[in-house]
Design a binder for this molecule. Structure first.
Ligand SMILES: NC(=O)c1ccc[n+]([C@@H]2O[C@H](COP(=O)([O-])OP(=O)(O)OC[C@H]3O[C@@H](n4cnc5c(N)ncnc54)[C@H](OP(=O)(O)O)[C@@H]3O)[C@@H](O)[C@H]2O)c1
Length: 217
């Protein structure tokens, strides 16, 4: 029997916080794993259950999964720790490993980035120079997840903005280069919750982009 509708990794701020807020607004029970010392006040004021843990620790991830028994889980973790260790690969692999022992899990959605996996070859040299390490780390997590027996979905967003959400976004398997490269975090959060519950995206990778097309010169 599942206890929480949604468990979020990477929910303290930005896109993850918006996902948690939207899910709470829909009446879902939401839990989040948050590092010791990180500010969880926004989550707590939403009524999200906060369990302390660091995704560099597999034991922490297992503990949180056991405590919450989630029906669905989302991981949006990114960036590096104080020692420069990137969470994108190992943290998300730990989350997937922890969820593998979880009964009642209907879906695990991993948010990575446009340019991961098969899209890497098509990215510009500039993107590879500045984001290559992150894209390769996220790709490692994608590859691990796809080899598991978890009910997975991967979402690859374009560049993220703090602009207001529009409620409109473009979902496809391959990037549409005619569309604008950046979109609002709010629209990505909406896309995450839509894809999470859509059986059509099970075992598939969704690229989420701005619905607007780039202006022609
Ligand atoms: N910026 C872009 O244009 C862009 C484009 C495509 C994809 N992305 C990816 O999209 C995702 C969301 O990005 P965002 O900018 O909205 O959010 P973000 O600011 O990157 O937030 C990252 C979240 O991960 C958590 N986290 C980091 N290390 C952790 C650890 N060891 N254990 C547990 N939690 C940890 C952070 O918690 P703390 O509060 O503890 O730090 C935070 O809640 C990221 O994976 C990012 O790489 C970003």
């Amino acid at each position: 029997m599942s206890s929480y509708d949604l468990l979020v990794f990477g929910a303290t701020r930005n896109t993850g916080l918006l996902v948690a807020e939207l899910a709470v607004g829909r009446g879902e029970s939401v839990a989040a794993m948050v590092r010791q010392g990180s500010d969880a006040s926004a989550l707590e004021s939403l009524g999200v259950t906060v369990i302390r843990g660091d995704a560099f620790s597999l034991d922490d991830c297992i503990h949180v999964v056991q405590q919450t028994k989630p029906r669905r889980a989302v991981s949006l973790m990114g960036s590096k720790d104080q020692n420069g260790r990137r969470i994108c690969a190992i943290g998300n692999i730990h989350v997937a490993e922890a969820l593998s022992g979880s009964e009642g899990l209907e879906r695990f959605l991993l948010l990575t980035s446009m340019g991961c996996g098969d899209q890497y070859a098509g990215t510009s040299d500039m993107v590879k120079k500045f984001l290559g390490e992150a894209l390769r780390a996220k790709t490692r997590a994608e590859d691990y997840l796809r080899a598991t027996e978890l009910p997975w979905t991967i979402v690859r967003p374009g560049g993220l903005l703090d602009s207001p959400s529009t409620g409109r976004f473009h979902l496809s398997e391959q990037p549409d280069r005619s569309r604008k490269g950046y979109l609002s975090r709010g629209d990505v959060a909406l896309a995450v919750l839509q894809v999470l519950d859509d059986p059509a995206w099970l075992y598939r990778i969704a690229t989420v982009q701005n619905i607007e097309r780039q202006e022609e010169n």
